[in-house]
Design a protein around this ligand. Structure first.
Ligand code: HEC
Length: 155
């Protein structure tokens, strides 16, 4: 019993220390918190798209539960980054068009929210990749379309 408590305390402490170390390194690189928040969001979208994209490439690996989880995550997080684009000084890898073409950027953001809502709806009853393929394609198009004008090309 005492052994169990001791080892779980050690692991909790380990996590705390690790978080502190991560916090320190984030401070020393001084990434703007808005840039970090929206990039973190986008990165997690990339992960979700990767999971779903693997199923699209190998449709017999379609897993309805996992697909649903990823689609729900995208739909829920779809509005998160946009409020972090207010400060033009914090450009990150956003192009100037984010601020010079505010309406265009907003339209892309709204289109994305719509597309992820539709994917999430389709995922609820999907039994195969075929059922979600059109909506999944729309979401992918939406990422790409916005990046074309609003994200700096780094390749
Ligand atoms: C409405 C516009 C818009 C949409 C929609 C959009 N993005 Fe982005 N994305 C951006 C912008 C702008 C940046 C650059 C942000 C920065 O560096 O501050 C970016 C950056 C990224 C990055 C790089 C993050 C980093 O760590 O630097 C990834 C990955 C990404 N997006 C993935 C996606 C995926 C996947 C989707 C669709 C599921 C998507 N984005 C949809 C505008 C968009």
């Amino acid at each position: 019993m005492a052994q169990v408590i001791k080892s779980s305390l050690t692991s909790v402490f380990g996590i705390t220390l690790m978080a502190a170390a991560l916090g320190l390194s984030a401070c020393s690189t001084s990434v703007d918190p808005d840039v970090k928040a929206r990039q973190d969001s986008m990165k997690s979208w990339g992960d979700a798209m990767g999971v779903m994209g693997d199923m699209a490439e190998a449709p017999d690996t379609f897993d309805a539960e996992i697909f649903k989880e990823q689609a729900a995550f995208l739909a829920e997080d779809a509005a998160t980054p946009w409020s972090h684009f207010e400060n033009q000084e914090a450009a990150g890898n956003a192009t100037e068009a984010v601020w010079s073409n505010v309406d265009g950027f907003r339209a892309e953001a709204e289109n994305f929210q719509q597309a992820t809502a539709e994917l999430n709806a389709a995922a609820q009853t999907a039994t195969s990749m075929d059922d979600v393929m059109p909506a999944f394609g729309q979401v992918g198009q939406s990422c790409k379309s916005c990046h074309t004008d609003f994200k700096v090309k780094n390749d």
